[in-house]
Write a protein that binds this ligand. Structure first.
Ligand SMILES: Cc1cc2nc3c(=O)[nH]c(=O)nc-3n(C[C@H](O)[C@H](O)[C@H](O)COP(=O)(O)OP(=O)(O)OC[C@H]3O[C@@H](n4cnc5c(N)ncnc54)[C@H](O)[C@@H]3O)c2cc1C
Length: 339
């Protein structure tokens, strides 16, 4: 099928609901279109790959070519004595994919249930939630080099995953299009229940009766009770990453803030709860025009309607400056800024 370029209102294609427009948008539905996509992309100054729009801050006018990924398909492509090898196309909805895996008896992704967005975007920021990071479940990432017009398979190591980061997130936007992802899911299921909110599941596990589906249901219920639904209130989930500080900074901060929340990391650093810092700085529930800080989750910035990226970014900048002035900790934005 040939590619057709159209102008598009992107306001309903980003979960923040920011008013945004692109002059050139193309929907990519089949890997056979990749060479044509490269030919087309070369006629634009830049390219943006868009999945579900749940981790982007879109400018009012997005320049260049916007590629909307809609390829579909999930398949068991192999197995080893220990693991199922499952592949999903980039345009699959992440949550639906997790559900499909469980329905087929391939457990291991249940802690990542209900994260919005697509399979193709999941490796970009190495999604994580409730004690599981995606990179621990990835076998390979298939990607198309939009500029060079060739495909490449990245091993897990080559993806260079870090906390909410990967090789792909560090590349110029529009260089790589992740076309499909291969997951390695252990046949011997080990529930990941260390996260405090999963205590009810821990009790069931201790009694020897916990299933992946129960963990999936518990994660969905917790997320629905804690996070605003983007369909109701525009947001991009966590707007800031949890900052990582060294041990001496942690001790200095903890001395002045005894109830500061932080988690020791294997390399001796400490990951601070950014939401706690924002809350302590007094931003939780504050509204400024059409944007604000969610009243139950200080880490979540929201669009009350008709906001633009300019208003949202001004609020984010003020929060960062205030947190730095009070605590000496720099916050880093999680969603990708697309101007
Ligand atoms: C309510 C809510 C809760 C959230 N909770 C979490 C959470 O618990 N944990 C977490 O990690 N994240 C969370 N997020 C963030 C977001 O859901 C994830 O980052 C998700 O993977 C983004 O997917 P997407 O398809 O919407 O990507 P988009 O927002 O469309 O794109 C994000 C980035 O990935 C790039 N990209 C998208 N698709 C491709 C592709 N096929 N190839 C190459 N690059 C691509 C884009 O260019 C952009 O740079 C949450 C967001 C919301 C709104």
């Amino acid at each position: 099928m040939s590619l057709s370029v159209e102008p598009k209102d992107l306001s309903s294609m980003n979960t923040l609901g920011l008013a945004s427009h692109a002059d050139a948008c193309v929907v990519f539905t089949d890997d056979a279109q990749l060479p044509d996509l490269t030919r087309l992309a070369r006629t634009y100054e830049r390219t943006l790959v868009l999945g579900g729009g749940s981790n982007v801050v879109l400018a009012a006018q997005v320049s260049g070519l916007v590629v909307c990924t809609r390829t579909q398909g999930v398949a068991l492509v192999g197995e080893t004595p220990d693991a199922w090898l499952v592949e999903a196309q980039a345009g699959e909805t992440w949550h639906k994919f997790v559900d499909t895996c469980l329905a087929n008896g391939w457990a291991g992704l249940e802690n990542l249930a209900l994260i919005p967005g697509t399979v193709g975007a999941a490796p970009v920021q190495n999604i994580g939630a409730y004690g599981v990071e995606l990179d621990t479940r990835i076998d390979q990432v298939h990607a198309w080099d939009i500029q060079q017009g060739e495909s490449r398979v990245f091993s897990r190591d080559e993806c260079a995953f870090l906390y909410r980061d990967s090789f792909f997130k560090r590349q110029p936007p529009g260089r790589w299009l992740i076309t499909r992802v291969r997951f390695r899911l252990a046949k011997q299921w080990v529930p990941q229940l260390a996260y405090p909110d999963l205590s009810a599941c821990r009790e069931s596990a201790a009694a020897g009766r916990i299933t992946p589906r129960q963990v999936f249901d518990a994660v969905c219920a917790i997320r629905q009770s804690k996070l605003p639904d983007p369909a109701v209130l525009g947001n991009a989930g966590s707007f800031f990453k949890n900052p990582v500080v060294d041990a001496s900074a942690w001790q200095r901060l903890k001395a002045g803030l005894p109830d500061l929340v932080g988690y020791p990391q294997p390399d001796g650093t400490f990951k601070l709860a950014a939401g706690w810092l924002i809350d302590r700085a007094g931003w939780k529930g504050r509204r400024r025009g059409a944007v604000g800080v969610h009243d139950r989750q200080a880490l979540v910035l929201v669009n009350f309607g008709r906001a633009t990226s300019t208003e949202l970014l001004a609020l984010a900048q003020d929060i960062c400056a205030d947190v730095y002035a009070r605590f000496g900790v720099r916050l880093e934005q999680e969603p990708v800024l697309v101007a």
